[in-house]
Ligand binder design. Structure first.
Ligand code: MG
Length: 389
């Protein structure tokens, strides 16, 4: 059993939306295919992934270092002990050869993207959905059939009005979501408060609202927003300051009584450990951590991060992986996390779930398709199939 080829291609997202800090007009993503010599139904089993959203395509480092390391390794060194399947932990170690410590994001994204594609192949070889395989390996076999899922919406769209925002948020509620998230920090504090107020007023009883500042604020701005947002009792206030400014985050946490969230821009277990040691976050029933596994060395390393967080008292319910795609959905279901997010209609083929996926009362049903299940997301699978054929 061996990996026959690993292919990657960069695809533009072609999105005009903005968060508080930047627009997505140049955004690209790397799509990866890991082609194996295992034949099923007359075709080689192939694992697919992409490098989630918000980080640019990273094919150069894949081509220069990580793909050649896997392709030149003795094939049996990449298999499990029984030789019956690929072993993602060994493939991760293989990619990490001759890599210096620290400086994570230069390699954590290409490595994580390839690693997640390996998991897709591993689950297909076992003929199981990835969420079930992960539940067996990482969650004591507790298999779930649904995952809580909220919408990451409320983007700044050129010319967009408060009415447009409310129309968008109503659509999400009509689609079955019970928790919505919107951007802040792209306008003045007064204008953003008007937007938040308008959405909060429109929400039915029991529905929740979160806001995302995308790391835009200085310490003083983040504290001003914290004071202004506190009365809204939001589900969370996301990335109020620079993702690595743990001192400011701790200060914000000391004055903001509601939940904070962060972590999508941390790429290593050590960075996340520093966050929970020094960021002033409170694990029990309050703050939320949002690491994006394909951008942070993949699923094996995510499991190590979850273990580290458990040692610091963090329950899995406080973890919501960033991404809004089938990879983070399978990981949220498999590890038994708090939930996943969704970006309906925002990032072209790279947003959303299976074409037949339905949100009911805030929950997405998990499918029984083997692997991650990209095959049921037609526009995305077309790109993946072209890459592997
Ligand atoms: Mg965010």
């Amino acid at each position: 059993m061996r990996i026959v080829d690993i292919r990657e291609t960069a695809i533009p997202l072609r999105s005009q939306i903005r968060n508080s800090g930047f627009d997505f007009s140049e955004m690209t993503t790397s799509v990866v295919a890991v082609i194996t010599d295992v034949i099923r139904n007359g075709k080689p089993i192939t694992g697919y992934s992409f490098n989630s959203t918000g980080r640019y395509a990273c094919g150069a480092t894949m081509r220069d270092r990580f793909i050649p390391r896997i392709m030149t390794a003795p094939p049996d060194k990449l298999l499990n002990d029984a030789g019956t399947n690929f072993e993602p932990a060994k493939i991760l170690s293989c990619m990490m050869q001759r890599e210096k410590s620290g400086g994570h994001s230069e390699r954590s994204i290409p490595i994580g993207t390839i690693e997640v594609a390996v998991w897709d192949a591993v689950a297909k070889i076992e003929d199981k959905p990835l969420h079930r395989l992960l539940a067996e390996r990482y969650n004591g076999g507790k298999i779930t059939d649904k995952v809580f899922c909220y919408v990451g919406g409320g983007w700044y769209i050129p010319g967009g009005t408060v009415k447009d925002l409310l129309d968008e948020m109503k659509r999400h509620l009509d689609d079955g979501y019970t928790m919505l998230k919107m951007k802040v920090g792209g306008m003045s504090l007064a204008d953003d408060v008007k937007r938040v107020n308008a959405v909060k007023d429109m929400l039915p009883k029991g529905a929740q609202l979160a806001v995302d500042a995308n790391s835009k604020f200085t310490r003083d701005e983040a504290l001003a927003y914290a004071r202004a947002l506190a009365p809204f009792k939001l589900r969370w206030y996301e990335e109020p300051c620079d993702p690595l400014d743990f001192a400011s985050l701790a200060e914000i946490a000391s004055v903001y009584p509601e939940p904070l969230s962060t972590g999508e821009n941390l790429f290593s277990t050590q960075d996340v450990e520093n966050l929970v040691r020094f960021g002033g976050l409170r694990p029990k029933g309050r703050d939320v951590i949002q690491i994006d596994p394909p951008q942070a060395y993949g699923i094996v390393q995510y499991g190590r991060t979850v273990d580290m967080l458990a040692r610091h008292g963090w329950p899995r319910g406080a973890l919501f992986p960033h991404g809004g795609n089938l990879m983070s959905l399978a990981i949220a279901g498999g590890f038994g996390l708090g939930g996943a997010e969704s970006y309906p209609g925002v990032f072209g083929p790279f947003a959303g779930y299976a074409d037949d996926a339905k949100v009911e009362n805030g929950y997405l049903k998990l499918s029984d398709r083997p692997g991650i299940g990209f095959e049921a997301q037609a526009a995305l699978y077309k790109i993946m199939r072209e890459l592997s054929s």
